[in-house]
Design a protein around this ligand. Structure first.
Ligand SMILES: [Zn+2]
Length: 155
């Protein structure tokens, strides 16, 4: 008979915190995907809302299921599905960086100090607003840095 006072590792693993960080990373990576579009198109004077992402080599639109941040680039081995032309590692790197930044801010604003509990059980939205505000500031700075370097880091 197992001792009831010793919790199973699965039971003591901080699932809500882990799920929060995973969600924050995924959200950051999705925003990073849009930042890639901004950094790639704005210097060329193109719209960031109209037009789908295309392979830089052959111009074929990227399929929606290949356009998953970070993962899409990985399962295609960094190559276009159609022409096998290389797709810059800068794209998944930006997505992963944004994911990490947003997850890091979530660790501070939502996980540390029980911010998530305040949001979920006390109706206090301030930790969530702090997370959105701090993430937004950092990602805006990151976008500026990438825009300043655009044209030097990618072709
Ligand atoms: Zn291609």
């Amino acid at each position: 008979m197992p001792d009831a006072t010793i919790a199973h590792p699965i039971a003591i693993w901080p699932w809500p915190e882990a799920a929060t960080l995973l969600f924050a990373f995924a959200w950051g990576a999705i925003v990073g995907s849009f930042i890639n579009v901004v950094v790639h198109r704005v210097p060329q004077g193109l719209s960031v809302v109209v037009g789908r992402s295309r392979c830089p080599a052959c111009g074929t639109p990227i399929r929606p299921f290949d356009n998953v941040p970070v993962v899409g680039w990985l399962w295609l081995g960094g190559r276009c599905r159609d022409c096998r032309g290389p797709i810059s590692v800068a794209y998944p790197a930006v997505e992963a960086t944004c994911g990490l930044v947003v997850a890091f801010v979530a660790a501070i604003d939502l996980v540390r100090g029980g911010g998530l509990d305040r949001v979920l059980f006390q109706g206090d939205w301030r930790p969530l607003l702090s997370w959105a505000w701090h993430s937004g500031l950092l990602l805006t700075l990151l976008t500026w840095v990438l825009l300043l370097n655009a044209g030097r880091t990618r072709t």
